[in-house]
Design a protein around this ligand. Structure first.
Ligand code: ADP
Ligand code: MG
Length: 323
């Protein structure tokens, strides 16, 4: 029903950044090597995601916007590992329910592409259209038909900042994909997509941060830790440059922060914090599945082991720098 669609939409689409996240994850799922994200007015005016992925067949276009429509084969076992999943065919339906959407797509090798316009989830007709290989989805007037939600939106600048942060995290967790992010007509991020984390860090977090990073790689049992940390005594004024991924997902965690900082022992100046881009990989069963996949929190089953793995890996890396 329409109401059920709107309720579901509210869960998936909280703000422009959640739209961007879903669209970019779809682009990555489609095998894209280059993704362009454009927003205007914090995404409230426009969100456009262009990819060079597999595209969608014209006949499948309306289906993709139905609730529970997914082309991604998933077993019951997959559904248990919710940490690795998106919304199981909810995203496009939810986004289109609360906005005006245009999609233009062409499958690799197809002679022709197709376009479709949806208004509050109601699809028009699929039209043949010339298009580059891949998919462009444009979302306009987000929440235009849900005034209550519109009223609770924060300033455009806050939404822009949220999308900006998200784009940094997407770029850092997918160094093999080239990301371009354009906000209000200005290019804010461009990563080469050369597969090197250093390149993505340089592009996303800046030259100053990228200077003197210490590579980190190790494991404790079935928990592996890899990435980069800032050199000793190169602390930063806040913890905003501590970026953690758990099984590929951006996570905020006091446990991980504490483990990182413990690794530095006395090598941090007062009022300064080390920075990092660290990936923690562990069996999906060791992460609580009840934590909502869109949220940035996670609950570890064996907190002590996770702490030790991060702490020792960081300590080893810093020791090797001779500091
Ligand atoms: P899910 O990603 O969970 O399958 P979505 O609602 O996000 O559900 O997308 C529905 C379907 O639309 C996908 O399964 C996929 O077949 C198709 N799709 C969405 N975005 C793209 C894209 N950028 N490129 C190719 N196919 C896409
Ligand atoms: Mg999806």
């Amino acid at each position: 029903s329409h109401v059920a669609d709107l309720i579901a939409a509210g869960e998936v689409v909280e703000r422009p950044a959640s739209v961007v996240k879903e669209l970019v994850e779809n682009a990555i799922d489609a095998g894209s090597t280059a993704v362009v994200v454009e927003i205007r007015r914090g995404g409230m005016g426009l969100i456009r995601v262009t990819d060079n992925g597999c595209g969608i067949a014209p006949a499948e276009l309306p289906t993709a916007f139905l609730r529970h429509a997914t082309s991604k084969l998933r077993t019951e076992a997959d559904l248990g590992k919710i940490g690795t999943l998106g919304f199981r065919g909810e995203a496009l339906a939810a986004i289109s329910a609360v906005s005006r959407v245009d999609i233009l797509t062409r499958q690799a090798g197809a002679a022709e592409g197709a376009s479709l316009h949806l208004e509050g989830g109601v699809p028009g007709t699929v039209e043949a259209a010339g298009a580059p290989e891949g998919t462009t989805i444009t979302v306009r007037d987000l929440f235009y038909n849900t005034p209550a939600r519109l009223k609770f939106m924060r300033k455009d600048s806050a939404e822009t900042a949220a999308v900006n942060g998200l784009m940094q995290h997407l770029a850092l967790s997918h160094p093999d994909v080239s990301f371009k992010f354009i906000k209000d007509g200005v290019e804010a991020l461009l990563t080469p997509g050369d597969g090197k984390l250093e390149s993505a860090i340089y592009a996303a977090l800046g030259r100053d941060f990228a200077r003197g990073l210490v590579p980190v790689s190790g494991s404790g049992g079935d928990i592996s830790v890899s990435g980069f940390v800032t050199a000793p005594l190169m602390g930063r004024g806040s913890r905003s440059m501590q970026v953690f991924f758990v099984n590929g997902r951006f996570i905020k965690s006091q446990l991980l922060t504490a483990a990182l900082e413990e690794g530095y022992r006395n090598q941090i100046m007062k009022g300064k914090f080390p920075g990092c881009v660290l990936s923690v990989t562990l069996p999906v069963t060791a992460v609580d599945v009840n934590v909502h996949p869109a949220k940035t929190q996670v609950k570890f089953a064996r907190e002590h082991d996770v702490f030790d793995a991060v702490y020792h890996t960081v300590l080893d890396a810093l020791d090797r720098t001779g500091a």
